[in-house]
Design a protein around this ligand. Structure first.
Ligand SMILES: Nc1nc2c(ncn2[C@@H]2O[C@H](COP(=O)(O)OP(=O)(O)OP(=O)(O)O)[C@@H](O)[C@H]2O)c(=O)[nH]1
Length: 518
């Protein structure tokens, strides 16, 4: 069975492009459905409708939940078994104390990098969380960190002491640079597991790549999260927001690149709720998360599709545009990789013909992702001619996803418009039945500048979505909210690293958890 990385589940295409159902599954009763929303999906709510908010407060962020911990342990055991089946088969009932050596309590989010254990402690669903006994009221971030620490300590304590195991040889270093970093039961693993479990996933279904991706996303947003969570926590939770609190939250959101419009909307909605109901800080933050998620989901709802995935058995053409340097070529390579991994027949058209180097770069990514690249030799060839040839090739080969690298220069909006319009005309004429998407690649580190680029491209091309890159570097992440609010464009993919697997379909739930889950 092939895992569809666009749809985030094993291939069952017919039920997948619909909006998530009203009632998401309970985390403790996973259904295997890869819902795009967490256990309690928020409902859309405009400022004027805030009065009509559900009476019950939103579910608190799942920071301590023994079921999630059991889930994480089961997932870890399963992955470990896939990694070293022989070791697990040799001693299936073993409870290893090297988990204790591997899982060291940490107060920061640094991954523990000790050697991978051969076996792990068995999952114990009856686990009780250790009660925290802080001497003085801790900050929200400290509390979340100490909760995680307590859980990890608990795991350590549970590992039954056994004689020192024979030192076993380390698994060989993974030669392929794109391979996941290895399996470690650390804070990132537990957090990523919680996020997957909350979306109804089963521990036996997940892969190390999914954990690896969520960990990268979370680490990428580390800095922003740390500065946001602590200060937000101290600004909310004392009834309606004071003028100072409004100012503080406003400044925090603007500094995180959320943009003026989205910040105004969020503040209005938050204030309306806090006037209606005095929420304690953690619940106020949980409510804020819902608001942010709604904001990100709105363009997805408007588009009618929560998931952008190629339709099987048809030609899907995805035009990929963006200015030079934002990660356009890399994104095309990563999308091609996702497509082939997910069982789609894929082809790339090197239609950014302005620079010869751009064509060469696309070819490198084509080699990496094992996808053919259609290009015209020579510099400054007609991009529309490349697209024409690529469609002919795609039709001859039964290609399902044709990724088109388009012009990246912005110097002359008219040229850009003409070029993109011409490419579009060729597609409409030569492949009238194709499903065409127009994706804009934006560099998240460029903040509001990216937004201005998006405005120009939105005028030149009929954009249908955004791929947001470089969330692992200095990006603050909030620009995702500005894109959704100001441009009403759905974010379709996130890039958080330079490796081929560092791009995944966007999930508003995962993104907001990575941004705000202390
Ligand atoms: N850290 C990080 N770097 C990225 C990411 N995506 C792309 N890059 C890097 O950004 C740089 C530019 O990426 P390209 O894919 O060449 O960008 P482009 O938009 O095609 O730009 P041109 O090659 O100039 O046309 C490269 O060094 C990439 O490795 C990402 O998600 N994270």
């Amino acid at each position: 069975m092939v895992f569809d990385w666009f749809r985030r589940q094993f291939n069952q295409p017919e039920s997948l492009t619909e909006a998530p159902s009203e009632a998401a599954p309970e985390a403790s009763e996973p259904t295997g459905e890869a819902d795009r929303t967490p256990v309690e999906p928020p409902t859309e709510q405009q400022p004027a409708e805030a009065e009509a908010a559900p009476a019950s407060p939103p579910a608190p962020t799942p920071t301590i939940n023994p079921d999630y911990l059991a889930w994480a342990k089961a997932a870890y055991q399963n992955l470990k078994q896939q990694d070293h089946p022989a070791a697990v088969e040799e001693d299936p009932g073993a409870v290893s104390d090297d988990l204790a050596a591997t899982v060291e309590p940490t107060t920061d989010d640094t991954a523990v990098t000790t050697s991978a254990p051969q076996t792990i402690a068995e999952a114990t669903p009856e686990l009780e969380p250790e009660p925290a006994a802080p001497a003085e009221p801790p900050s929200f971030f400290d509390l979340a960190a100490s909760e995680r620490e307590a859980r990890l300590e608990q795991l350590t304590a549970e590992a039954i002491a056994e004689p020192e195991p024979e030192p076993k040889p380390q698994p060989p270093a993974i030669a392929e640079p794109s391979a996941p970093q290895g399996l470690t039961f650390d804070d990132d693993f537990v957090w990523s597991s919680e996020v997957l479990a909350a979306q109804g996933r089963r521990p036996e279904e997940i892969s190390i790549e999914e954990i690896d991706w969520l960990s990268s996303l979370r680490r990428g947003l580390d800095k922003t999260r740390r500065s946001l969570v602590n200060q937000l926590k101290s600004a909310v939770g004392q009834g309606p927001l004071s003028a100072d609190a409004v100012e503080t939250i406003e400044a925090l959101l603007l500094q995180a690149d959320v943009g003026v419009e989205a910040t105004d909307r969020i503040l209005t909605q938050l204030q309306a709720k806090l006037r209606q109901e005095a929420l304690p800080p953690e619940q106020a933050i949980a409510y804020l998360k819902q608001l942010l998620q709604q904001l990100l989901d709105q363009p997805l709802e408007t588009s009618g599709r929560y998931i952008l995935a190629p339709e099987k058995g048809r030609l899907n053409v995805w035009l990929v545009c963006g200015v030079n340097g934002v990660g356009k070529t890399t994104t095309i390579g990563k999308l091609a990789h996702l497509a082939t991994k997910s069982g789609y027949r894929c082809l790339i058209a090197a239609a950014d013909t302005f620079r010869a180097a751009a064509v060469e770069q696309v070819k490198v990514w084509g080699d990496r992702s094992e996808v053919d690249v259609i290009a015209n030799p020579g510099q400054n060839t007609d991009p529309a001619a490349v697209v024409f040839d690529a469609i002919a090739a795609a039709q001859a080969r039964g290609t399902e996803l044709l990724l088109v690298d388009t012009a990246g220069r912005l110097q002359n909006k008219k040229n850009l418009m003409d070029e993109l319009a011409k490419v579009r005309r060729i597609i409409d004429r030569k492949a009238p039945d194709a499903i065409v998407e127009s994706l804009l690649v934006l560099d998240a580190t460029q903040g509001q500048n990216g937004l201005r680029q998006a405005q120009v491209f939105a005028e030149a091309a009929q954009l249908s979505g955004v791929a947001l890159t470089k969330l692992d570097s200095t990006a603050k992440g909030g620009v995702a909210l500005a894109i959704a609010q100001d441009l009403q464009l759905p974010i379709r993919f996130l890039g958080a690293g330079e490796r081929i697997q560092d791009l995944r379909p966007f999930s508003s739930y995962e993104f907001i958890q990575a941004l705000l889950d202390g």
